[in-house]
Design a protein around this ligand. Structure first.
Ligand code: PA5
Length: 325
């Protein structure tokens, strides 16, 4: 599932994006493995008001703020995303599309919308580099981002994976998976770029390892979640494993929270370890943390004897919803 990741970042760095108008804000609509590209863009383009919308219909504020709307769907058929794009066109907003085809891809061609078609044939979550890269290139084309960091992300991830999947991230992920096996995983990270990586860990463990996982963001978790860890210690200590994602660019006030928070968490959970971001650009940081989570999720799948690729629960639910009258 990670074989093409480095090439995906390189592909995104090399494409020529379409012309995209610049507006006072950006709204990125997408779900699941596609929607996370909006989280990536929002964290990387932190000078721009980027709103990520994971749900139905255009939010009401958009009629007043008139953002650039980017619809992202790997299949091109996700109903929530399509409803936002339909509403945005109806409201006369500027719309751009990132899709692997489907109805959204067809609509983009039909309406001559700025459009980056991404290579198909993967699970949406395995197209992370294509989708995130394409969205970032649209933001760059609109003048929101001066440097996407895609080339650096490719280099950093390539080094971490190694030429024959023998790089440092693989050994680290194996160690972490060993400590997390059989546990519900909680991924703790600071706000901003690491928080997006933590969310990617959670979703990759959900979908690849078919296991429960949660993510927790500092400083907010220090204002509620830590209280819950004090009560069930005798039960959760055996069942919950915590990983912390760290970033040397964390501001001091955030960095200062990790040790005391992890000490308190350790009363109710087993702390498996920390993973540190690599590289210098925000995207390289995010990609370097995320790829370790991808590897951990695959190692957990392997150890549990489950096939990481199919996501029957999602397919079954989508099918049931299409059959509803
Ligand atoms: O991982 C998955 O398969 C899902 O999270 C999908 O990405 C999600 O259902 C949305 O579909 P799409 O990415 O095709 O818009």
């Amino acid at each position: 599932m990670l074989e093409t990741l480095v090439d995906q970042y390189r592909w995104a760095a090399a494409i020529t994006p379409p012309e995209v108008p610049s507006r006072s804000a950006v709204l990125i609509a997408g779900m699941g493995g596609s929607g996370i590209s909006g989280d990536v863009a929002a964290a990387v383009a932190s000078d721009t008001p980027v709103f990520v919308h994971k749900g139905y219909r255009l939010p009401r504020w958009a009629a007043r703020l008139r953002p650039l709307v980017i619809g992202v769907s790997y299949s091109g058929n996700t109903e929530e995303t399509r409803s936002v794009v339909d509403d945005a066109l109806e409201a006369g907003l500027d719309v751009a599309v990132v899709a692997g085809g489907g109805r959204l891809g067809a609509l983009a061609v039909e309406r001559d919308l700025p459009n980056i078609p991404v290579p198909t044939g993967l699970q949406p979550r395995a197209a992370f580099g294509y989708l995130s890269g394409a969205v970032l290139r649209l933001l760059e084309a609109a003048g929101y981002v001066a440097e996407t960091g895609l080339d650096e992300a490719a280099t950093v991830v390539s080094t971490l994976l190694g030429t024959a999947m023998d790089g440092p991230a693989v050994a680290l992920a194996d160690d972490l998976a060993g400590a997390l096996r059989g546990r519900i995983v909680v991924v703790l990270a600071g706000q901003g770029v690491p928080a997006v990586a933590a969310y990617r860990w959670k979703t990759q463990i959900n979908e690849n390892a078919k296991a429960s996982a949660f993510h927790s963001v500092l400083p907010e978790a220090d204002h509620n979640e830590i209280v819950g860890w004090s009560t069930w210690g005798s039960a959760t200590r055996n069942w919950v494993g915590v990983v912390a994602l760290r970033d040397r660019h964390e501001p001091d006030h955030l960095a200062a929270r990790f040790d005391p928070t992890l000490e308190q968490l350790a009363q109710g959970a087993s702390v498996a370890g920390e993973v540190w971001a690599q590289g210098s650009s925000p995207l390289a940081h995010l990609a370097s943390l995320a790829v370790v989570g991808d590897l951990v999720s695959l190692a957990l799948a392997r150890d549990a004897g489950v096939d990481p690729v199919p996501v029957e629960a999602i397919e079954t639910l989508k099918q049931r919803l299409t059959e509803q009258p």
